[in-house]
Design a protein around this ligand. Sequence first.
Ligand code: GLU
Length: 287
Amino acid sequence: MTFTTRFAPSPTGPLHLGHAYSAMLAHDMARAAGGRFLLRIEDIDQSRARPEWEAQIHDDLHWLGLSWEEPVMRQSDRLPAYRAVLERLWQEEAVFACTCSRRDIEAAASAPQEGARMGPDGVVYPGTCRACRSAGGLHPIPSGAALRLDMEKAATDGVSFVEGGAGPEGETGRIAVSSTALVRDIGDVVLARREMGTSYHLSVVLDDAAQGVTHVVRGQDLFEATAIHVVLQTLLGLPTPVYHHHRLIRDDQGKRLAKRDDARAILTYRQEGATPADIRRLVGLTP
Ligand code: GLU
């Protein structure tokens, strides 16, 4: 199988040093393996995605010397594909409708007998709407509700994946996550947000499979979410790629770079006269 990887930015702000590192690392790995490097625009959050940021991403990546296959996949073009999978999961009663607000969830999860537990998506869902669901698959998907994965149903066996890089605690090699941990530490994650009709987790899994991605190269901040992605791959009969989580580029105070951190934007470095080789040095890709 040809080594295939991708860089999957969201066009919600300028590319910064952290994105440049991720893109260059994935690109270098693909070139070294004689493989494929793809770009995917993760623009499901239409309230934040902007065409000008998307254009800037292309421009900055070209300037860095990267090239990728055309056409570029855009998640906003894939909503019918996501919907078809949600319909299937709904029929199978693998997902349930949830009308809880964030405040409802926080209140229920921090009730004295529960105690709020934090998962990859924030507070682990306390199960409110799972308990009161009606015969799911028989009715059409209700509009105006989020759809959550029934983790207890989906995670009967636990999952595992190969980590070729390292998680935040140095986790590497074959990583196993038990069904108990999936239910307790991750829980019923949202697969379709009310206002989006999909979610990061569902889209990323379907797109990686559709693009034939064999190696996912991305930041360590997404290591914890990987178990969710493998649960979904198992549920949907999709292959699990090898994961390669990489270190995060931090600012001088050791804080992770954020989108709004314009000082580290690639565009700012370009305007100040930096070269692509300077960027490679700054992120530690060349000595
Ligand atoms: N779109 C995600 C981000 O901007 C990356 C998703 C991934 O690589 O799986 O952080």
